[in-house]
Ligand binder design. Sequence first.
Ligand code: UDP
Length: 461
Amino acid sequence: MSVPTTVLVLASPGQGHVNPLMILSQRLVEYGCNIIFVNTESIHNKVITSMGNQEGGFTEQSRIKLVSIPDGLGPDADRSNLGELLDSIMKSMPAKLEKLIEDLRLKDGVTLSCIVIDVVVAWALEIARKIGIKGVLFYPSSATALALQHSIPKLIEDGIIDSNGLPITQKTFQLSPSFPPMDTTCIWWAKTYPLLHGNEIFNQFVHLMQTVEPPEWWLCNSTPDLEPGALSYTPKLLPIGPLLRSYEDDKERSLGQFWEEDLSCINWLDQQPHASVVYLAFGSSTLFDNKQFAELALGLELANRPFLWVVRQDSDSDSDYNNKVSLPNEFKGNQGKIVKWAPQQKVLSHPAIACFVSHCGWNSTIEGLSNGVPFLCWPYFADQFLNKTYICDALKVGLGFDSDETGLISHEEIKDKVDKVLKDGNIRSRAHVLKEKLLNNLKDGGTSSENLNKFVKWLNE
Ligand code: UDP
């Protein structure tokens, strides 16, 4: 009997990074691989806690083994300071990863075939090279975001951005003739500056592109129907999307979630009319200020439709990831349900869902598109603005919100856009056609299915 191929998957500490890598891991298990899934210790603890009250969950017999490495920060450190966190990871994790791999070999007799590496921790490619095993990078956002990242020197040379990565003037540009024209608002790393107080993400990319030898493959959660230009632009980019969770095996249902899924919302959805519910979720790190939060609540009240709204709350109420907000007195919420964390993919595939008010994180984008759900886009950070442009202007399966002169999205605007998107038959039918196209990629002979076959064949060589 042949020994199963063992793959180490190294995730960076973000929900939008762990989720697609976990789905990829589950796919690889279907091909007979064993997976060592490595999170930072603080994320590992969240993942294990989130599975606490569910039946099943991770079992020792599972072919996915969850392990962790400390991120180098103290137990009380502020991990929402992304720059500091990534810096600490880069300094302290490489040696610990090497030690983990050595221990796996000596103590458990595990020989790795490959490391699948989240792009944020791309330094691990050098470790794979050093120990003589395969290494691939996984890019958790769109191929277009990666193409922009690859084009940083060209964008500087062409006078589109300065050496700090900021757009010089607002204008339209084209990365290559196969790309649609883009506006400088798509320079997505510039959208991280206000929140991170500087160009840390940009500097990390420049460092990455200068120091890391190109990998054999870049895996990404996309498809040629979605991003033909971008996929042909970056060499060795292998689209394997849409990466969607399989809910057939309930035992594995929440492997990788940072918060416990509130499954009661599925029973609630079962009682709502077909295509009636507005689903609102803003991913794992969006924070609202109280005024905007109140306006959103009043907008839902005014829209007078059933809604399911995810308002994230950590058990530690002082956590920097927490939304420190409260519902206005006028809000009754009789038509809706608020949960702390939803089984999002299950929610989006429910027939009661009518539209998705989303922050447009790439995973949420892919999940919404794969379920044919029209979008109302409310981007917050980084690539979410680029994804919004994509959803509204290129794919035309959603609408954005307009803010007033103070930057606030008013409750009337929220009601109007909900009404508008729900009445728009063209958006709905385009979303439906796109869903079919995306899902065809996963069928036998589909592009992503063939790409995954190709990848596994290469793994086993
Ligand atoms: N998600 C979820 N339940 C929620 C909200 C989000 O399971 O209530 C999942 C969602 O399905 C997606 C991930 O969390 O896979 C969020 O990733 P995304 O890239 O959309 O946003 P990020 O959290 O990185 O901003």
